[in-house]
Structure formats: C-alpha cells, structure tokens
Design a protein around this ligand. Structure first.
Ligand code: SAM
Ligand code: SF4
Length: 364
C-alpha cells in the first residue's frame, strides 16, 4: 500500500473541439469509449500500487459525461472509492436523467461547464451548448441529489460587455450552485481562438481587471467565499478538495491519455495519443521529469498563494526573497500572519507579478 491520496483520471472525448481549448481531447471515436475505460483500469492495475487510502478522485477532460451513464458508472465503481470527494466534469448537453441518476446515486460532486449564459458569447467560444441546456442540466442534477454542484464561468470573452457579465452573475445567483469556478479567458497558444481573437484579448487587459472585480464583489454579495483565485464556495464543505490538494502540493496519481501526476518528486505526463494508449496504457509513451527541491518550493509558492490561506513561510523559505516580501507588504499587496504569507485582494489580482517578485534568483 502506497501513500498517494489523490487520483486524477483524464477522459479525452469531446463532441467537438471548442476553439479556445488546449486540453488533451479527441473528437469522434465513440466506438472506443468502452475500450478506453478498460485501458484506464489496466493502467490503474499496473501503476496503482502507489495509492494509499484515497481521499479524492477527479474525472476531468475532455468531457467525462460523454461516456454516458452506464460506462461512467462502471468506471466509477471500479476506481478506488474516495473517502472525501469524487468529482466528475460534465458538459450540459450530455446531462440526461440517466446520467444525473448515476452520479447522484454514487454521491458524486459535479463540475458543469456553463461558461456564459449569453448565446452570442457561447457562439464566440464555439460552444455547442445553449443557455437552456445549462438550466436543464442544473435542474436534473439537483433532482438527482448530487451532493455538490459547481458551475464553470468564463469572463473576458471578446464582445462581452459589463452588462453581459452582470447578467451571467445574476443567473448564477438564481441557479445558486454550491461552488463557482470563474476563469478569465486565456488565449492559449496554438488554439484557433488565439489566432482569431488573441490580439483583442491583449487589448482588453484593463477591462479584464474590472470584470474580475465584478465577479469577486458579486459572488461575495451572494454569499460565496473567495477561497482560491478562481474558486468560490458557498460553504467550506463545498470547496474543491481535489483541487485544494493540488494547490497544497500533495502527490497525486494521473491516469489516462495526457494525464499528469506527481509522486515522490517524479512528474509523469502521459502521451496524448489515443491509439497508443488503447494498445497498451502501461507501455504507451510518457514523459517523466524529476522535480528538484527548488522547483517543488517554487511551485508551492506559486500554487499556495492562489489560496486565501496562503502558504507557510517555513515551507518555501529557501526560495523566498525576503526584501521583495517586505516591499509587497509595504504596498499592502501581501500580509504575513501566523507564519504564513497571504496575498491581499489586489495582490491576488496581480498574482503572477507577485509570485515573480517573491521568488529570489537562484544563488550562483
Ligand atoms: C477543460 S474544461 C473541461 C470541462 C468541459 N469539457 C467543458 O468544456 O466544460 C475545464 C474548464 O476549463 C476552463 N477553460 C478551458 N479553456 C479555457 C481557456 N482558454 N481560458 C479560460 N478557461 C478555460 C473552462 O471553464 C472549462 O469548463
Ligand atoms: S472546452 Fe471542454 S468541451 Fe470544449 S474542447 Fe475543451 S474539453 Fe472539450
């Protein structure tokens, strides 16, 4: 029995590829869903000895809901049962009564990709979902008693006005999910979206700050706690525990094509090719990288500062630039309390700059 308490499983299948997305996905191949589930279980058998008592399982994608109720149920039943939380990412158009029932019966937390409720903005994102489908999915999942429901929102979409975002936030308040993940739209290099809209996104940096302010204020007003840079929970028990484990730098095992995992200082990234994975998930190409102590501490700083709780100084002392910390405290971007560094609101909005300041140059 090993010590790893967190398991990520990547399900790459999507109905179509949204222009802004750079995750490992495949379209088509509906006839290979069952073979994929078998392959994941074979990989688990071959690599799962590192797992201890599993606390969280996260099925991400891609679109896990595309497996459908039966296959998804088979996979969930065959994976180690998580003591704290099992999450499945779903696309709204894939949620029907059978799928909702399969998830509800197994006590699964659902993360649903809503993104926006404005049809023209969904079109810009090349989403194949309508706002009505999002509402229907929420109603079906609620009726099936899933224990926790999270909605993903994207803001900063080209053409989005503050009034559009205000309407999205009002709709969220009405739907009252237990958790919200609100992401600023990123033009990921190499995506169709970056080619068509990349320059426009760069021009609207100031607007994005206003949008982020609006998101934070509105969700706080609706009673959500802003516990991580892009995450808001209605109550502590609705925080994403799997993601928190990642932000806290805990080891996790990643299974599936393109899956990433880190165990005892070794990071493994499975190759993205479906055919090779299906042939033999244990010999399919994968890249591995040793995470040095310095890299681990830099990542702790970078990920820990995403959290409202911040990061303990003694965990990152060797990479911390103390003078930079004093400067950030003087500028009221950061605070030091109980031996932890926490970013203030403005500091969190400038997260990347603050992290870059706080990491001192490697000694010669
Ligand atoms: C990889 S998706 C998987 C979930 C599901 N397939 C979906 O599309 O909703 C996870 C989440 O990442 C976010 N995301 C993906 N690409 C993004 C981008 N370029 N910028 C900001 N957020 C993005 C979306 O909010 C999405 O719901
Ligand atoms: S955003 Fe979601 S549905 Fe769209 S391609 Fe990416 S993973 Fe698939």
């Amino acid at each position: 029995m090993g010590h790893v308490r967190h398991l990520y499983v990547h399900i790459p299948f999507c109905a179509h590829r949204c222009g802004y997305c750079d995750f490992v996905t495949v379209t088509g191949h509906e006839d290979r869903h069952a073979a994929y589930v078998d392959a994941v279980l074979r990989e688990l058998q071959g690599r799962g000895e590192v797992l201890g008592e599993v606390e969280t399982v996260y099925l991400g994608g891609g679109t896990p809901s595309r497996l459908g109720a039966d296959l998804l149920g088979r996979l969930l039943d065959a994976l180690p049962q998580a003591s704290l939380e099992t999450t499945v990412e779903c696309n709204p158009e894939g949620v029907d009564e059978a799928l909702a029932a399969a998830l509800g019966a197994r006590g699964v937390r659902v993360s649903l990709g809503a993104q926006t409720f404005a049809q023209p903005l969904l079109d810009t994102l090349e989403r194949e979902t309508t706002p009505t489908q999002v509402r229907t999915a929420v109603a079906l999942l609620r009726a099936a008693h899933v224990p926790s429901l999270s909605l993903d929102l994207i803001y900063g979409i080209p053409g989005e006005r503050e009034s559009d975002l205000g309407r999205d936030l009002a709709t969220l308040e009405e739907l009252a999910p237990d958790h919200v993940s609100a992401y600023e739209l990123e033009a990921k290099p190499g995506t169709r979206f970056a080619v068509h809209h990349g320059a426009r996104l760069e021009e609207q940096a100031e607007l994005l700050e206003r949008h982020m302010d609006l998101v934070i204020d509105s969700l706080a007003y609706s009673g959500y706690d802003w516990y991580e840079i892009a995450s808001f929970a209605r109550a502590p028990e609705h925080q994403g525990r799997h993601n928190r484990a990642y932000w806290e730098g805990r080891d996790y095992l990643g299974l599936g094509v393109g899956a990433v995992g880190t165990v005892e200082g070794l990071r493994r990234v499975n190759g993205p090719k479906l055919a090779a994975y299906l042939e033999d998930p244990l010999t399919a190409p994968a890249a591995t990288e040793e995470i040095t102590e310095r890299t681990r501490q830099e990542e702790r700083l970078m990920l820990g500062l995403r959290l409202a709780d911040g990061v303990a100084i003694d965990e990152i002392e060797p990479v911390l630039d103390r003078r930079a910390l004093e400067r950030l405290v003087g500028l009221e971007l950061a605070r030091v309390e109980d031996g932890r560094i926490r970013l203030a609101r403005r500091g969190r909005m400038l997260l990347h700059d603050c992290v870059a300041e706080l990491i001192h140059d490697e000694p010669a």
